[in-house]
Design a protein around this ligand. Structure first.
Ligand code: HEC
Length: 116
């Protein structure tokens, strides 16, 4: 094998490696769809947070209040009577909690007749 051939293969390798490193986004942007996240809450809190059960209603609560409750659940000292929410919010980023608070605050607490 000639020196030139092995050199050019090495050079090609460097170029390919360089390009693949440059192709990575500078900052990994995490994106999420809040309506998909909110869908995971519906099993317990009802469609769009309109609860028909003893589980608290989320739809139409003030955004600040919802956000504060979510942060409280995520804190090291969740409210004493918390059963599941502290574990559920652990997997969510603060950004996702903010988006969920905003989402549920915008949902109508009651549906007007005829609306689905
Ligand atoms: C397994 C059932 C379950 C799921 C799924 C669930 N929750 Fe809850 N949620 C509860 C229960 C039960 C409570 C009452 C607090 C507790 O016991 O943990 C609650 C309380 C809350 C509260 C406080 C409401 C209030 O007025 O005090 C908020 C806000 C909330 N949940 C948001 C969410 C969001 C957002 C999601 C989806 C990411 C979600 N929950 C998913 C069961 C659930």
């Amino acid at each position: 094998m000639s020196t030139l051939a092995s050199y050019s293969r090495w050079a090609l390798g460097v170029v390919v490696l360089g390009v693949s490193v440059l192709a990575q986004p500078a900052v990994a942007q995490k994106t999420f769809d809040v309506s998909v996240l909110a869908g995971s809450c519906a099993n317990c809190h009802g469609t769009d947070g309109r609860s028909q059960t003893v589980i608290p209603n989320l739809a139409g609560q003030p955004e600040d209040q919802l956000r504060q409750k979510l942060y409280d659940f995520k804190s090291d000292t969740p409210p004493a009577n918390t059963t599941v929410m502290n574990r559920l919010v652990k997997a969510l980023s603060d950004e996702q909690l903010d988006a969920l608070a905003n989402y549920f605050a915008q949902q109508p607490a009651t549906l007007t007749q005829g609306a689905k």
